[in-house]
Design a protein around this ligand. Sequence first.
Ligand code: HEM
Length: 403
Amino acid sequence: MTFVFDPFAPGFTDDPYPQYARLRESAPAHEHPLGFWILSKYDDVARLQRSAQSVDERYLTTLPAWKSDSAELGKRNRMMGGLSMLDQDPPDHTRLRRLVSKAFTRKAVEALEPRVRSIVDSALDRIGAAGTADVVAELAFPLPFTVISELLGIPVLEHTRLRELTSVLVLGLEPLAEPELQAGIRAANSELLAMVGELTRWKRDHPGDDVLTALIAAEHDGDVLSEEELVAQVMLLYIAGHETTVNLVAGGILGMLRYPGQARLLREDPGLAANAVEELVRYDSPVHLMRRVTVEPFPVGDKEVPAGVFVLACLGAANRDPGHWGEDADELRIDRRDAHQNLSFGAGIHHCLGAALARMEARIAVERFVRRFPDAELESVRFNGRVNVRGPAEVKVRARAGA
Ligand code: HEM
């Protein structure tokens, strides 16, 4: 019987890896009956990431079944107005990314390290005092959320509503979002566009030492971001800044709890922390799918993905491909030599702009957690039920400080 990839199968979002293995083995370029293609082998995914295929849906000649609703929507209704750099090809992508990079600098990220340490330590204090706690609620969510909010200069008053809206909007990144969710996602998108629009107007009159102020001022050869472009990039940074990193921090700590031998290794050699993050990001990719629209045929083995179709690159499957990583691809080994070759942050022109920030947050959180709680035990875990931005929604631990 021919294998058909089924992300709605019971248990898939808890553990997608058995299906990923079947995908790699049965058809590295899998043509799905719903009208899209999916790649799962390391080399093919890496090649697609660096290719000049498009991110623009107007090149689609075949519409995947689940797209029929949103494809009829105007640009304004598309996520972030369709104007974020993630949805743009060159030359628009080039100018947007250049302007944003002027504000979202390595220096701004590095300056945050002491603040990240202090947020992590306060969270670990709370976890230690409680004895039993949910690592997602106490640490993995608040850490990136606070960091990106402060980095952008978003007033605290706005946090609660923005947090609610982004948790709905992120479902729009699910390529297979159920049609009944679409109306809610569109409403969240419109409200967020309005809120962020208001915020940027307010910021013009109340400049601060933050990335939003720098984005407003960003200029290259007389070129600046239009009001609409500015709002879209702020939304992208804000959502990408926390909805993904929460999976890395939570999944990272979960990995340490599931494999106490690896946690011990990290405790004994804290110098392994950066490599441990690369391995954790490989082992459980915080983002599982990257999408492109083919503008030209894309050869995969003896097959060819035709032009004009949606092609999903499965980062989660490629990151566990034994063809690249060897027979122990399904094992977590924080001293794995080539862990940095993971594909989780993308590559090529859309390579993740926040990778350094996410890596820093995860390194500090994971390293300090294992040091502080050498006897921590996993009580239970619940996943967030998503296919793409997949990770734990709750990680309950029993943790008593410093045995
Ligand atoms: C792009 C993953 C954290 C901002 C991307 C892409 C991936 C990714 C795979 C490429 C998408 C594509 O090629 O279509 C991740 C993961 C993260 C993370 C796994 C955390 C563990 C962040 C953070 C920020 C951020 C913290 C910002 C504060 C962006 C932006 C882009 C991007 C702006 C678009 C780049 C472009 O289109 O040129 N990310 N990301 N990300 N990411 Fe991240």
